[in-house]
Structure formats: C-alpha cells, structure tokens
Ligand binder design. Structure first.
Ligand code: ATP
Ligand code: MG
Length: 569
C-alpha cells in the first residue's frame, strides 16, 4: 500500500475526550472516529489491526475444532423471556419494538440464539461434541462507555459455544478453549495472565478470565508470587482467620461518641486502631435490607455478597432506607440487637473485645465478642482480598496488579439447556440436557489493550503479529528519480517476499514522515534518503528500541524476513 492511497486521518494533538493512551493514540493514528457515545467507525488502519486479531482468533478456533457461524444481531424478546433473561439482563440489553409491535433486542451475547439452534438441530449423542463460534458486532448499552474501543456500546466479539454429552466431556471442551485462548493471546504478542473469575450475569459454575497486564486496566487481579494462582478480586477467596484472638472476654460496655460517625474519627476519639473496630453496612438486596459486619479497615466485595444472597441487585442502602429498616442513624449501626438479617465476615470470628456502633445515636459498644454478643448465623467470605493476605492456594505472598479483560471462558453446565429445553438422546435412548460452555474474546478491545501495553511518548509500538504493516519504507527524496526508484524497488521486493509494507511516497518533509511512522507504530522503518548515495545502504530502524542498522537494498527482504519471523519483536 502507498501512503498517498491510504485513508489515515492523523491528528497532531490528543483530543481532550480521550482519557487513556490507547484511545488517544487510536484517534491520533486515524484508527477510529466516534459517531456517538460508545459507537465508533473503524477506519482502514484500525480495521486492519482488528482483522489481524480476527485472523489469529479464527486460526486457533478452527485448530481447536470449533466451526464458524454467524448469528443474527436482532433477537426476539420471546426467546429471552424463555431463558428468563429478558428482565434479568438489566439495562445493558437494548430492547425495542418493530413495526408489528414485536418486542426485540440487540444481542449483547448469544446463549439464547445458539441454544435455540442446538435444541432444533442436535438430537443424538452421535451429533456431539459441537463447538460453534462467530465473530460479530455486539451491542451492550453500557452505563459508562469510555476509553474508546476498550468499553464501547458497539464492539466486536468472538463468541463460541460448546455442547457436550456430560460434565467430563464439557470439561475437555473447556480445557481446549483455555489452551486456544492461551495460544491466541501469546500469538498476539501480549503480556497476559489467566485468572479465576466470577461467572456474573452469564451464569454457570466455573470461569476464567484472560487479563492483559496494564496500569490503566479497569480490573484488579491478585497474583501469587510463589505459585501459579491468580484471580480477579471479585472472585479471590480470602482464607479464614488462622488464629483466634484468645484474649479473655471483657464486659460489654457502651461509650458516648457524640458526632463521631466515621471510622477514622471514632478510632481517633477512642484511641483504638481501625483493626479493633467493626463496621456494620446495610445493603439493599433486591429491595430487602441486609447488613454485613466487617472489620473497619476492610473493603467489602459486593460480588461475593451478591453470589451468597443469590440476588440480582445489590447496593449500599441510602440513609433513609437504613433508618426505615433499622431505626438508627448511619454512623452508629451495630450488630448487637440488630433487627435485620446479618451477614458476618469470617475475619470477625477471630477477633475479640472489638468496638461497634451501639444501634443508638451518639453511642458505640466496646468489648463486643463473637458468639457472646454477635449471632454468628451467617458467616462467610465477604471481603475483598488485600495485598497482605496470603495466597489462598499456597499461603505465599500476593501482588495486586491492574489488568484489561480480553477474554472470558465459562463452564455453563445445563443452565441454558434445561430452561430452553435443549435435550439429546444418549446411548440408552434417554433424554439428557446438553452440557454447555461459552467463550468470549473482545476482539476490538484486544487492539486497545495491545496499544495500552505497547507504546511510548511518540506513539504505538505494534507487536509484529498485530501490525497492519510490518514495515514502512520512507522515501525521503520523492523529488529525486534515482532515490525514488530505489525506494520503489525495495517496496516491490518486500511485498514480493510476503512482507506487508507501506511505502511513504508523500511529498512531505522527513520530520513529518518520521513522526507519522512512530505514531502509526510500524515494527520496522526502512529509510531511503540523500545519504543513500554515500554508501548505497538503507537505514533499518526497529520501532521498539530504536535500534538502527544499515542494509543493502538487495538484502533487505531476507534481513527483515528473518527479523520478523524470529519472534524477537
Ligand atoms: P466487562 O467486565 O469488561 O464488562 P464482561 O464480563 O461483561 O466484561 P463478557 O460478557 O465476558 O464481558 O464478554 C466477553 C469479552 O467481551 C470480554 O472479555 C471483553 O473482552 C469483551 N467486552 C465486554 N464488554 C465490552 C465492551 N463494552 N467493549 C468492548 N469489549 C467488551
Ligand atoms: Mg460487562
């Protein structure tokens, strides 16, 4: 491709709306343009990068035995009602009515449609296993679309669905997808970790996420520095307290704490560390008030509570809701004689003689003890793991790092096949529900994540496998026929050698060409300029580290071919 033919509208400045670097660079390098909130046009250069990811995904899915299909984007509400998700999915599901008053929605995911295919077309154990995938535009009406392609409302996803005869076979399918994902993200040249994850709104029993490590990632993951354990914070299990505080129980007492409502002010006033205070937080769980008792310095993990309660909606209750349910002002809530359901974080069971609110305005209780004062009916792991907690698998030290979720695999079991009645006949003629798995990759997000992880102050540093063009040839003397002929020959040679090459044949100043080459992130830059006459060599510069080498034009194809296939870039 010639630069003069390429539609790549670059920008000198970063648009103010772009908060993260991948979004800034994608706008500046002419990858995408915004139509409206969370909805983008993919321009040629951006689409080319997306296509690179798609082709790696396709190759690996096909290699793993999955077959490509393409399902409709518009889906009937009735099918979603049948699965029970039409209401349950929440406002991310864009619902609308067509001219015949038929309710429909735009597919945020395709479990319903694929299970409908399966119940119609899969009849016997002889038809199994089956794994079908598609690469398609999804629509989710995200509450906060942001960071460009990282969290769009419209985005490109690869989603695959497996069907098996039983749990054991389904586990094999899951493992095959796990391995395929590992190959995909390795081939994309990404630094990633596979972590244990919560199965969320999709449902199911077992799941892993693939996280690209980047400081701007919206997810935090806990990684063990001693073993291979890693998990999303939402899921990361905290070990029960190892030791009980065996201090003798002191008599329960009430102290006046006028106007002291915040953890820090109560602790300062009473002269105690935050580890000696337990806070009582009230939530609204599907409209019902539920309290949690947790050590005051700990963070609550909402997903753990939500899963424990099995509710759809969970949020911290508002002051008025709390007062209506408990009759006490926020700041003085406590577990003793609390009139609503109380969950207790397991860490509390190891504490003794701690302080809590007294369920009376301007008072706290001291020397509260589990069992004696607090009913331990519902004890569980409700807090977020901390950097100084031990690894739940080996006890080793943990590290908390940021990640971008690029892939998610779920073992669904029979949740969808049972509700949607997708059965097959086994060897003995018995009707059995299909055992399912589902597997997603955020294809457009992968490109954003790759840039987030691979850039410098001058622009993108494309990993070779994702670069739309692996080499750019800069002709710095377009007004010189002799040098232009050299650049043209190099361009033709590289293309003939199967290297995707862009020839910068614009009549721009060298400085502009260098800047654009850096911004667009080509892994290698070959320069033909005035100095070529002195020694007959082209300059080859590697984008990643600026390493510069000289090479005779006739040897360039071989030289770059070796570098590009060496995997060292
Ligand atoms: P997130 O927690 O980031 O919202 P999710 O758990 O809702 O993701 P899945 O339903 O597992 O996502 O979808 C599969 C993959 O699709 C994700 O791993 C992610 O890479 C991608 N994805 C999900 N939502 C978006 C979005 N709004 N924009 C771009 N990619 C997305
Ligand atoms: Mg989501």
């Amino acid at each position: 491709m010639r630069y003069t033919n390429l539609f790549v509208p670059t920008l000198k400045e970063s648009p103010a709306e772009a908060e993260v670097i991948s979004h800034q660079l994608m706008l500046r390098a002419g990858f995408i343009r915004k139509l409206t909130s969370g909805i983008y046009t993919y321009l040629p250069y951006g689409l080319a990068a997306i296509r690179r990811v798609e082709s790696i995904v396709r190759e690996e899915m096909n290699r793993a035995g999955a077959q490509e299909i393409l399902m409709p984007m518009v889906q009937p509400a009735d099918l979603w009602r049948e699965s029970g998700r039409y209401l349950k999915y929440g406002p991310e599901l864009l619902r609308f009515t067509d001219r015949h008053e038929r309710e429909s929605c735009l597919g945020p995911t395709h479990e319903e449609v694929i299970t409908d295919i399966a119940r119609r077309e899969i009849h016997s154990y002889r038809d199994l296993p089956v794994n079908l995938y598609q690469i398609q535009t999804k629509f989710r009406d995200e509450i906060r679309p942001r960071f460009g392609l990282m969290r769009g409302r419209e985005f490109i996803m690869k989603d695959a669905y497996s069907f098996d005869i039983d749990d054991k076979a389904a586990e094999q399918s899951y493992r095959a997808m796990h391995d395929a994902y590992t190959r995909i993200f390795s081939r994309c040249g990404l630094d990633f970790r596979c972590v244990e994850a919560d199965s969320g709104a999709i449902g199911g029993s077992f799941s892993h996420e693939f996280m690209v490590l980047a400081e701007t990632g919206e997810d935090t993951i806990a990684v063990c520095t001693a073993c291979s354990w890693a998990a999303n914070l939402e899921k990361a299990a905290v070990l029960p307290p190892r030791q009980k505080n065996i201090a003798a129980m002191l008599p329960l007492g009430e102290v006046e704490t006028v106007g002291k409502k915040k953890v820090a002010t109560v602790c300062e006033f009473l002269g105690i560390p935050t580890t000696a205070l337990a806070k009582t937080i009230v939530f609204t769980a599907d409209g019902v008030a539920v309290a949690l008792l947790i050590r005051a310095d700990r963070e609550v993990e909402l997903v753990k509570i939500k899963n424990y309660l099995g509710v759809q909606e969970l949020r911290v209750a508002e002051e008025k809701e709390i007062f209506d349910a408990v009759g006490v002002a926020v700041g003085y809530l406590g577990p003793v004689a609390l009139p609503i359901r109380l969950l207790v974080d397991q860490e509390i069971t190891g504490m003794a003689n701690f302080t809590t609110g007294a369920n009376r305005k301007n008072y706290h209780l001291v020397n509260v003890n589990p069992n004696r004062d607090v009913l331990l009916k519902e004890v569980g792991d409700f807090r977020r793991i901390d950097g100084d907690d031990p690894c739940p698998s080996c006890g080793g030290p943990l590290q908390l790092i940021q990640g971008i979720e690029v892939g998610h695999i779920f073992k669904l079991g029979t949740a969808y096949s049972e509700t949607l009645k997708a059965y097959y006949q086994d060897q003995n003629g018995n009707e059995k529900p299909l055992v399912m798995g589902c597997y997603g990759i955020g294809v457009s997000r992968v490109v954003a994540a790759a840039i987030e992880q691979n850039h410098d102050k001058n622009g993108i540093i494309f990993p070779v496998p994702l670069a739309p063009y692996q080499v750019v040839v800069l002709n710095l003397a377009t007004d010189d026929d002799e040098l232009t002929a050299v650049a043209e020959t190099i361009y033709a040679d590289l293309q003939a050698a199967g290297i995707e090459t862009l020839l910068d044949d614009r009549g721009e100043r060298p400085g502009v060409k260098f800047k654009d080459a850096d911004l667009l992130g080509f892994p290698y830059r070959v320069t033909v300029g005035k100095r070529f006459r002195e020694h007959g060599m082209a300059e080859v510069v590697r984008r990643r580290d600026g390493r510069s080498e000289a090479c005779a034009p006739a040897e360039l194809a071989g030289f770059l071919g070796d570098r590009l296939s060496g995997g060292s870039d």
